[in-house]
Design a binder for this molecule. Structure first.
Ligand code: NAP
Length: 325
């Protein structure tokens, strides 16, 4: 009998076809009603799950008795209850590396857009407000030669730092829980305590993973340390920044601007951010290019197939669980 796989979010069509050839596939579809109720029903006899962007925990996985693997089409895994998965001996796989460069491109897109007021000036032109040569209201900030502070010099953080260092002649500061000497050396990057980085950087990019220590890492106190012309970019997870404190800092012009790809609650349906012209808001698209999403889907597929065929997959998050019985 074919093994059963549940697809819990939209997935690349070719990958879906490949899954359907190999397995009995159930697709969770929000159009069919309560998603969590659907998951709870479908996981009962499922061997594998594949998808992204859903909270998976005891409340929607408790009926699973044969579940061996959740293959996430993402590098971040903060939406899975790892303690519960470990207890149940369910492997969690993810897709690091293949999205690093696209996400770093997007971070720089946000940085440049926020510095040079690209979205608001685009609207300004299209509204016919460009009646004479531009004035101070339209002036932005230089990026080249400035100080770039990276919070979380991991894979994506380092790729952002490379863009700043090689492309824009920026001085690089970084903060991690432990210094990353080898990566830092090649970028001439200086390790700083968080407060020191916040005080010194012109551009601050948040690229940590969301964990107990990084939750609300940037709050009112941290905004108050930043320079008045500072620009903050968040491509990691919304909850790393206290959104209310961020909105206050933007409203009061405590900082110059922000560029956001991620939010405390997604999708963002209503927010004070919508009324601020010094924030660039994107809909969580760090990895959303056609080729990168394809690579992520292929990698997630391969991780899933490997586990279901009793092989060691390439990327396991909870390495304490054995892939091979
Ligand atoms: P990674 O290589 O694991 O890098 C994360 C870095 O954050 C690590 O170097 C880690 O170093 C550091 N870190 C973690 N907690 C920290 C803390 N409290 N203070 C300071 N540094 C901390 O992961 P990645 O591949 O670069 O991805 C990073 C995150 O980006 C993902 O987890 C995901 O949430 C997000 N992401 C978003 C998008 C998007 O579409 N916007 C796309 C891809 C990824 P230490 O352990 O030494 O502190």
């Amino acid at each position: 009998m074919k093994k059963k796989v549940v697809v819990f979010s939209q997935i690349d069509l070719e990958i879906l076809e490949k899954l359907q050839e190999k397995y009995q596939v159930s697709i969770i579809n929000p159009k069919n009603g309560d998603v969590n109720a659907q998951i709870l029903k479908e996981v009962k006899d499922a061997n594998g799950l594949i998808g992204a962007g859903r909270l998976l925990n005891e409340s929607n996985l408790s009926s699973a008795t044969q579940l061996k693997v959740i293959s996430s089409v993402s590098v971040g895994y903060d939406n899975y209850d790892l303690n519960y998965l470990n207890q149940q001996k369910i492997l969690l796989c993810n897709t690091p590396h293949v999205l690093t460069e696209s996400t770093a491109d997007l971070a720089f897109t946000l940085l440049m857009s926020a510095a040079r007021k690209v979205p608001s000036l685009d609207v300004w032109v299209k509204n016919g407000e460009w009646k004479r040569t531009v004035g101070v209201g339209q002036f932005g900030l230089d990026v080249h030669g400035k100080t770039l502070g990276i919070i979380g010099l991991g894979h994506i953080g380092a790729a952002i730092a490379r863009r700043g260092f090689y492309g824009f002649n920026m001085n690089i500061l970084y903060h991690n829980r432990k210094p990353k000497l080898e990566v830092a050396q090649s970028l001439n990057a200086e390790y700083c305590e968080l407060n020191d980085l916040l005080k010194r950087a012109d551009f601050i990019v948040v690229a940590v993973d969301l964990n107990a220590e990084s939750k609300a890492l940037i709050s009112e106190k941290e905004f108050n340390l930043m320079q008045k012309h500072a620009v903050i970019i968040n491509i990691s997870r919304g909850s790393v920044i206290d959104e209310i404190a961020l909105i206050e800092a933007l409203k009061n012009k405590r900082i110059f601007a922000a560029g956001l790809d991620v939010y405390e609650t997604e999708p963002l349906q209503s927010s004070e951010l919508f009324h601020l012209d010094n924030v660039v808001t994107l809909p969580h698209i760090g990895s959303a290019t056609t080729s990168t999403r394809k690579k992520m889907a292929e990698l997630a597929y391969q991780n899933l197939v490997d586990v279901l065929e009793g092989k060691q997959p390439q990327y396991i998050v909870n390495k304490e669980i054995s892939a091979i019985e």
